[in-house]
Write a protein that binds this ligand. Structure first.
Ligand code: ADP
Ligand code: MN
Length: 177
């Protein structure tokens, strides 16, 4: 099994509160780098890595073990960009870089409204963003030196983020041949 140090291509986790721009960023990053884009939400649905739906929050109740099993082969091979809103149950050894996207409330709120989220789900997510829940989770789950926080309020910031991560990938490739 490839470990963090001998993977020729890196695995990158893009995480953050819903609406911070994970999926858009991952899609741009996959085009820029040629890395494989894994939308975890899609795997959860298609491979049924869940135990039904939490009615109150309109969200799947994850079967984390099944999900990790489903992803293991791809992750061991390296070269993946992983898009998910939580990160504490993934094996630590999977990731070489963990990016936490952040968005100001006044920008995040209308994004979630536009998405048609119920009021209490919007509030839950806004509160999570204020409390830095995902950032704290990332810092507790991975070595601090691989966790970076990037602002994602504007299209310009998103483009900067993609460029920055692309540079990081190029550097990784050059030093892991
Ligand atoms: P996530 O996957 O984190 O839930 P999405 O990538 O689906 O977020 O983005 C949610 C919405 O917000 C989309 O309509 C997207 O175009 C917009 N968006 C995301 N990030 C930005 C950004 N940095 N600047 C402007 N719009 C953004
Ligand atoms: Mn998404």
């Amino acid at each position: 099994m490839a470990t963090a140090s001998d993977r020729k291509l890196p695995n990158i986790l893009i995480t953050g509160t819903p609406g911070t721009g994970k999926t858009t960023t991952c899609e741009l990053l996959a085009i820029a780098t040629g890395l494989n884009n894994i939308n975890v939400g899609t795997i959860v649905k298609e491979k049924e890595c869940h135990e039904g739906i939490d009615e109150k929050f309109d969200a799947f109740i994850l079967d984390e073990d099944k999900l990790v099993d489903e992803m293991e082969d791809m992750m061991s091979a390296g070269g993946n960009i992983v898009d998910f809103h939580s990160c504490d149950f993934f094996p630590e050894r999977w990731f070489d870089l963990v990016v936490v996207l952040r968005t100001y409330n006044e920008i995040l709120y209308p994004r979630l409204e536009k998405r048609g989220y119920k009021q209490h789900k919007i509030e839950e997510n806004i509160e999570a963003e204020i409390m830095q829940v995902v950032l704290e989770e990332a810092r507790e789950s991975y070595k601090p030196e691989i966790v970076i926080e990037l602002m994602s309020n504007t299209v310009e910031e998103m483009e900067d983020n993609v460029n920055k991560i692309e540079e990081w990938v190029e550097n990784y490739k050059a030093t892991h041949q």
